[in-house]
Write a protein that binds this ligand. Sequence first.
Ligand code: RFL
Ligand code: PHB
Length: 389
Amino acid sequence: MRTQVVIVGGGPSGLLLGQLLHKAGVETVVLERQSREYVLGRIRAGVLERGLVDLMGQAGVDARMKAEGFVHDGTLIAYDNDMFRVDFAAHTDATVLVYGQTEVTRDLYDARDSTGGDTHFEVEEVSIQDADTDAPFVTYSQHGQTHRIDCDFVAGCDGFHGVSRKTIPEDVRREYEKVYPFGWLGILSETPPVNDELIYANSDRGFALCSMRNANLSRYYIQCETSDDPANWTDEAFWDELRRRIPPQAAEALVTGPSIEKSIAPLRSFVCEPMRWGRLFLCGDAAHIVPPTGAKGLNTAASDVHYLNQGLRQYYGEGDSAGIDQYSIRALARVWKTQRFSWWFSTLMHHFPGQTEFDKKMQLAELALLRDNNEAQAAMALNYVGLPY
Ligand code: RFL
Ligand code: PHB
């Protein structure tokens, strides 16, 4: 079998790239390790930058997102029993959209189905071969049979644990990593959100975040130990702890109910350089991970997709390889800036084990600067709504 671009991974990066390339008349095959139901059952990101919203429009898959997503033009930051607001719209000409990654992925699968896109689920033993030559190919097995796809390019969109990054030889690849000494315990509950905008809370007991998916579906997180287990937390214990970490006016307004999902995510910053090796391109979590504090994971995956889509369109449309040659440099320039923002916001908002009184004062001074200073708020707003591509 032969195609133009093999996309390894059917998460949001792979599917969005597939739809954008389809619009340009470029043929793709998507290989996904899990079943579709499994991919659509994962609860992950909830905040979309303008860049991702625009890409969904270019891919022709924004109808439901526009109808059901919620525009947020600011966020609340809480500390010391009080809250202040950062107004995105006042500091930038942009806003963000609250629309879950699960819904983004569902819309992309529906679009891929309706355009006859070739997608293979539950594939095993994916192996990317000869990516450093002009004739790469991908082998995999499915239901006990081995298959081979010859192609022009391979897009490695298979997340942090995929095979694509590891295909780049170790002497070419450089990896940068920071592991945070805590995780986030998250729950989803069919209750109205405590507030119509997100609340990010710094407290002595640890960070908390009040987020949402829609008018009757809330997403809340509390900082926890990395070694913790969701089974250690009853719903009551979660709600009690959340109430202690958010300002009193929010705690009083909180509507609680049974959780419908409860999980722990570790916090990590990670970047792999370069993001291209020959005819293999890494996109999204395959190349980089951010701690979720700035909601940048999915959004940074989308900016990679944008640069790769541009490069491949230029190659197929004009026979010009400048865009794909510059892919890694262009993508990484933006990746490092979103890494910086996610690291800064994570460092500002969490309680670190062994944190000294001085460290705490530094957090408080920086929070006060953000509360009182227009330029500090403008810098935060610019990064939160998403740096331009
Ligand atoms: P994904 O979503 O991980 O998709 C990769 C896909 O590749 C498949 N795969 C393979 N397929 C074929 N062969 C192989 N060998 C394969 N190995 C893996 C996987 O099954 C999967 O379907 O990466 P992608 O598309 O780059 O998208 C990135 C985003 O998913 C990610 O950045 C965000 O979800 C990160 N993230 C969050 N970001 C936010 O902005 N806000 C959040 O609240 C948030 N919560 C999270 C998160 C990531 C989490 N992970 C990775 C565990 C919560 C969690 C738990
Ligand atoms: C979420 O709703 O899951 C969410 C929102 C904002 C973040 C992280 C996660 O910064």
